[in-house]
Design a protein around this ligand. Structure first.
Ligand SMILES: N[C@@H](CCC(=O)N[C@@H](CS)C(=O)NCC(=O)O)C(=O)O
Length: 164
């Protein structure tokens, strides 16, 4: 982890507070945050929350996120967590829209990889291991995009966290 540079005056140090991400390598929501930080080469400390033993429902984690869901992002006095669930009930229709979009640009937001693409990585990874994968395989542009985005080094680093 990078610490505040010693030559900076003390009042600058607050702006360089260490980043702690409390989460699990097996949680899709956590993976999204890890992938973003790896993409941007941001130093952070991973604090493992053992979901199998319910650590996310107990102190000290519950003080970070009262919803009892990982991840929680901590930077100095700032603590962040999200509370919006995605609705995947209409996945097939959504994928048709993506297929059309990806026939016009290489990535969802244009010709560059952006957070819009990254956001999908954890759920793609999970669905790739389920029968729902057929919804991907039947759409050639989508399949090519999935092969591209899941091959990114930042995403490999997130998957490697599951093996530690
Ligand atoms: N909208 C939140 C959702 C977080 C979330 O659903 N986390 C799951 C793991 S992927 C969790 O903690 N589940 C445990 C529970 O809901 O009890 C986010 O994106 O951060």
């Amino acid at each position: 982890m990078t610490r505040a540079a010693s030559h900076l005056p003390p009042h600058k140090c607050a702006a360089m507070a260490a980043i702690n991400v409390h989460g699990s390598p097996f949680s899709t929501a956590s993976q999204r945050v890890f992938a973003t930080l790896y993409e941007k080469d941001v130093d952070f400390e991973f604090v493992n929350v053992d979901m199998r033993s319910g650590e996310h429902k107990k102190e000290p984690f519950i003080s970070l996120n009262p919803f009892g869901q990982v991840p929680a992002y901590q930077e100095g006095d700032l603590t962040l967590f999200a509370a919006v669930e995605a609705n995947e009930a209409k996945l097939s229709k959504v994928l048709d829209v993506y297929e059309t979009r990806l026939s016009k640009s290489k990535y969802l937001g244009g010709d560059q990889f952006t957070l819009v693409d990254l956001h999908h990585l954890p759920n793609i990874q999970v669905l790739n291991g389920t029968p729902t994968k057929k919804l991907f395989d039947s759409r050639p542009k989508l399949s090519a995009w999935i092969a591209d985005v899941t091959a990114r080094p930042a995403w490999s680093k997130v998957l490697a966290m599951q093996k530690q």
